[in-house]
Design a protein around this ligand. Sequence first.
Ligand code: CDP
Length: 238
Amino acid sequence: MGGYGDVQCIDENGMRLDGRTKDEVRPVSIETGVVPVADGSARIRWGLNDCIAAVYGPMEAHPRKIQRQDRAVLDVRYNMAPFSTTDRIRPGFNRRSREISKVTAEALESVVLTELYPRSKIRVEIEIICAEAGTRCAGITAASVALAHAGIPMTDMVVSVASGKVHDIVVCDLNKEEDNYGEADLPMGILPNTGELVFLQMDGDLSPEQFQQAWDYNMEAAEVIHKEMVRALKGGDE
Ligand code: CDP
């Protein structure tokens, strides 16, 4: 969120650098079963983002100190591959990946019926292959599909998307330049069946009207993405 005035992300006709209008979501496609050894898996291509999520379990939780007597724990690991951005990412956990893993686990715990699996662990691995902003959203969305693909009972799937503000204009589903040079970013995790939120982060400043607009864009984008999630799950692995 630089707010640098010298990078023009939207032209005088309201067109964005990737050719979208301000209310358009990037193209999204999802496939399931991409990691055959996993219990469930999904790959999401979203604009230039490319992300794989794999689910293992439920299994006995180890070490025992992480066990919960009344429910399963979600062991989520978000990771950006070293080659996923132009600057090589140092392999291993860092502060950002820990934070994203934590918020992802909390969002998914809101929908997974963890009480059905006491003392168990469900392992969720999220790997970003190519990053173009909104990777936490791509990860949460892919993980939701992978959990469903694994047959884990859930009340709903979480659809995550981030709209924000660039040059004082609210735009749907930020791309990399907009994320870097824009003034605000509002990632949300939405339950499409009820419109409830299970995750919200905000970076930068939005007026109440701009916040409402970004919120509305996220809600609209979530409907589009949810359709693709359902299509991927019904369409199967072939
Ligand atoms: O990816 P997301 O928008 O959820 O998180 P972010 O921390 O706001 O990062 C925005 C974008 O910056 C990422 O999607 C990557 O494209 C890029 N990035 C990077 O190039 N190197 C990093 N170490 C972290 C992020």
